[in-house]
Design a protein around this ligand. Sequence first.
Ligand code: NOJ
Length: 711
Amino acid sequence: MGRSDALLQKMTLEEKIGQLNMVAASRVVTGPGELRDLQEGIRTGRIGNLLNLWGADETRAVQRLAVEESGLGIPLLMGLDVIHGHHTIFPVSLAEACQFAPDLWEKTARVAAEEAAEDGVALTFAPMLDVARDPRWGRIIESPGEDTWVASRMAAAKTRGFQGRDLAAPNSLAATAKHLCAYGAVTAGREYASAEVSERTLHETYLPPFAESVRAGVAAIMPAFIDVSGAPMTANAKLLQGWLRGIVGFEGVLISDYNAVAELLNHGVAADLVEAAALALNAGVDIDMTSGAYIQCLPEALDRGLVTMATIDASVRRVLELKERLGLFDDPYRRGSPPAQAARGPDRRELARDAARKAIVLLSNRTAVLPLAPKIKRLAIVGPLAAAPGEMLGSWASAGKPEDVVSILEGLKAALPQCQIDHAAGVDIDGQEIGGIAAAIDLCASAEVVVLCLGESAGMSGEAASRTDLGLPGRQRALAEAILDLGKPVVVTLSSGRPLTAPWLFERADAVLATWFLGHEAGHAVADVLTGTFNPTGRLPLSWPRDVGQVPIFYNELPSGRPYAPGVHYSSTYLDLPPTPQFPFGHGLSYSRFALSDLRCKPTRVKAGDTIEVSLAVHNESPLAGEATLFLFARDPVASIPRPLLELKGVQKAVLAAGERTEVTWRLPIKDLSFVGANFEPVLEPGRFEIHVGQSADPSRLLSCAVELMT
Ligand code: NOJ
């Protein structure tokens, strides 16, 4: 008999439910009452899991209580939101998605895992895999962007990175894929609202990244707070049991979101906490995060016949097995060792800088003002995000500290020691005060170039931070227009957790960069790109809207019966704007210029089990070495159901010296052209498939070829 089963036989009901109970512990437990409750709960076995505690000493102290003073000595599982770094803070997830680089996604997760494990953490609530197409939703900042294929690659890379090769290793964390599912589709982008999503969209768009995380061995999954098509996810047995455990074969632990079990009362599907606890447990939710419903009410749910002991045991077994896999029974203190003993990865600040500069997207460079002239003597750096280290940490700072951040101002000063750099904020991020604009204008008088650092505060995106207005907050537009009116070259950096709508800015500024929230090395990374030390490679993982009225906006729409045609009244558009984005998915400039040609598919007549080779020529037409990013899309133009206009099937990068020409080749299995059938089985229909390759999803700039699938 395994350890989990042996333990189960000895456990009281209370001890069993304690293993399903996760309680929030602040890092420094302040109030004496709180401290007593926590200690008491751990000693009595009523608390089996904690979140929000880190630090070698802090975690060791509570672990000791569990191991040495509780009846069965079962170690605690300690979880934390280690999202885009722990001590070393990397770019926020949406920015990381711009890298289109699974190896880098894996590396940053690995370092985050190492650092958090050194602090005694064993579980992270990441990766977040919610496909997000509505920038009103603040959590788009935590997402991999709008595309399912990208989210799936992110799922695998982050899971590998956090969990390492061996979950029991002292530097590995159990990963939690979240939030299952369709959280990004909340009505009107409003946080915690319900989502109305068809079965097909669920299975084609929102669920595949979770299936991919399971294939990568993810240890835990968190259902979303929300109601999806009338079924609150915390009680959604059809998806959690039927699909996730039944079809995908997930055997790990399901952890509710924060207080979500009790919130089933607000959803209106439980009359009391006892029913809520029973609904969640029966749906397969093993751990109740913080609501207390399980520990308080599962005994009564058993008495009322709403749950069975077998269901409780199954959940307890899964939790114990996770603790076993993490090596906690063999050595409960294996995480939380002093840093010197832990295996150190590559230089973390260097990695953070590399990740940050690869996340920057050069949106426009209208007058080729960038890269800055090497001999530049005088710069003005203006705007409320120029010297805002705390904001650069983004939405989940974990243990990261603002004092460790290199601000944009500091980064530019370090990169250009011979240049006089003057700085003024001009306005606050979100205030109405415009008194500082005049001084900012004066400062620009003798500057050769103005770097205007605009955007949101970190708190304007993330959880509970939806916005109806996607423009620059506060009086930043007034500042920007006053500076643009000077007629000097203006380079704009946009620090934000979402695409910001500002067509007037894109029209007038000489160059604009999406710099998101880049973490500790933000300033150095921005300076690397502005000075040309690093030739930008970041690409948009979402369609950047012109106006909030266009959202949700994404490239892989289904065809319309009356497709958009400029100037045609009865076509799919708006009276006041075209339906096209400001910048398409995949957009991002380089200081080099690449031309694509000679797209070929080989063979062109195929059978279902075949793999085709898609190749094209890429030519660096510029005098500067650079990296091209190529997107391969497929389309099934005639099928039994309408298929999207474009579907991403692969991304490749090519590094080319000045003037170099190379060939890029994909091997694309024909089975990748299938769609989800009525019973969620893959369906591959014979006929012609189009293959399109380009540097973005802009349909007017794609090269195309076709393959014929024979019966
Ligand atoms: C609520 C958030 O939705 C979730 O993403 C997070 O992991 C938990 N809180 C724990 O902090």
